[in-house]
Design a protein around this ligand. Sequence first.
Ligand code: CA
Length: 706
Amino acid sequence: MLAPLCAAADARAEAAKLAPRPVDDARLAGADAEPGNWLTHGRTWGEQRYSPLAQIDVTNVSELRPAWVYATGETRGHEATPLVVDGVMFVTLPWSIVVALDAATGRELWRHDPEVPRAWGRFACCDVVNRGVAAYQGKIYVGTLDGRLVALDAKSGARVWDVDTIDRSKPYTITGAPRAARGLVFIGNAGAEFGVRGYISAYDAETGALRWRFYTVPGPPGQPREHPELVLAAKTWSPRSTWESGLGGTVWDSLAFDPELDLLYVGVGNASPYPREIRSPGGGDNLFLSSILALRATTGELVWHYQTTPAENWDFTATQHMILADLPIGGRTRRVLMQAPKNGFFYVLDRATGELLSADKYVAVNWASHVDAKTGRPVETGLGEWKRTRFMRPGPAGGHNWHPMAFSPQTGLVYIPIYALAYPFHRDKAFRQTPRRFNTGEDFARMQRAVDGYERSLRFCEPTRLTAWDPLTRERVWQVSHSSEMHGGVLATAGGLVFHGTGGDATLAAYRATDGELLWEAQTPTAVIAAPISYAVRGEQYVAVEIGAGGSAGLNFSLIRYENAGYVAAFKRGGKARLPERRLRAPGSVVAPASTASPETVARGHSLYHQWCMFCHGIGVKSGGLLPDLRFASRATFASWQDIVISGVRAERGMPSFADSLSREDADAIRAYVISQAHRRPTLLERSASWLYDNGACLPARWLAD
Ligand code: CA
């Protein structure tokens, strides 16, 4: 009789132990005093992504094995950073689903699906991803893909409140993680590629009431300015700007908070549309596009701003991860903010004043020669003027994208997951704002013709790299290179380690932080694009990461090698669990009906496909592998084409109806183009390029040097 009673008591005790204590400002400010937890997106408000745990170190990291693996049941991109609060892990999945797991065992405690209408996935430029939650005052906050901010009870997952943060007639999305401080929850949004007006909002953490909202770009002339900063901003825009495009400037990822300065740092995104000659003819800097804003956290008032790319012209967001640190510069300790935005320059700013301390190229850059130290402005070379086919470096994926970097106070180095890609911009000469589709001002059909045929021969070797950057000497210390366009975020630890995942090879690896020597590697079932974290339960250190390919690389320009699935995996020394076997994706076979359409119809379909379909199904109908490669679609799919594209019979599977945008004739033309691509034989040039690529040929990295 005693044993079952004891077991029940043990289970109750175990459950009580797992009840996470509420996270508040005192705990967040003192996060270093509880190194076993990961309380906010970047572990601390300063977002260094450095774990003070040192049990796993350079001498024993080779003993890391899976401790547990949680299968998420989702197959889209997994980009989230988990939080760990008192032994409970809170992590998000595609479609903004939130799960709570026992951080020691991976056992699911609760799962909340906010029921995002799957058709809303059409408005996600870069997959239906979510990057994580905020934990605060006993609640868990998630921004949903369809623009809501939802508060859940941390213990049960029950919904406490759910507020709409957007105008639902506009194609806004939320993929970034909220942050919390001062009784407020901060959340931005995404959607600049489609044409929306960016802003960040602060909501009362308890009630969900809106406390303040800061618009990053002005609204149309003649309308009242929502806050005084927009009077300053409006002076930098032409009266003939494309007001109907919303102008962009979305706050879709990075935030950081300094409690002493009471400043919330906000990374602002790219313009809508991209080419400044269309967007703001004869206009100025177009504030606050591509800027870092320092806002008073409690009021949303602007204290300073720094624009990394004035008159942004190339999707050069400044939404990349920002790290706060105290560095010895010029004989004194400076409170700095560091960012490696898409534009290719690594910035060190004084975070109290916004003063530029340094800006240096961390990847090959051809659009600007340097950043003028006096004016703080990049000096453009003229190569980025959209005049003819030119390969821009960096491309619109940036030198660095959303994948978080990390800073180790131990080595003084910043570890940046970089892209070394180039891209040909083609201006759409007939551009006009079209609701509910990409409105970047690019002619994607011309871009496709430019890259198709020689895209493989133009591949650069080592398209992704992990770069260790010294912000004091302002140079690269070491670098490791990867073969695929997909890779992950970064974690640094006090064990002298840097953890980083890869896509093509599908690995999670640990490097020595001082010199980049590979010390440990696990083969994962599919790509790792998320950032790892480290935490401890009952005195034992773990490293955990989400596994699952996706994002814009998985949709558009990378090849997913292994059958995709989603997992959260935790590793510890001597772990006894096993990662699922990886399986190569089966090659597709063409069963499309014969092509009977006229060349004119196919040409029309080519143009329409690249306006409406390319972003999910791939350039030239070559899918990255995340969503169906339409060249290999079934006969049934081709037979029910109108039902799928116009009637939306697969809307709940994420393929919405386009009846509001395309006619039945348009849909038929797209079908004709897809069929023609399915049956198309590669040209001699393409076959030669494929052969070269398959035999290891690519443009050497030194071609990307300055
Ligand atoms: Ca963008």
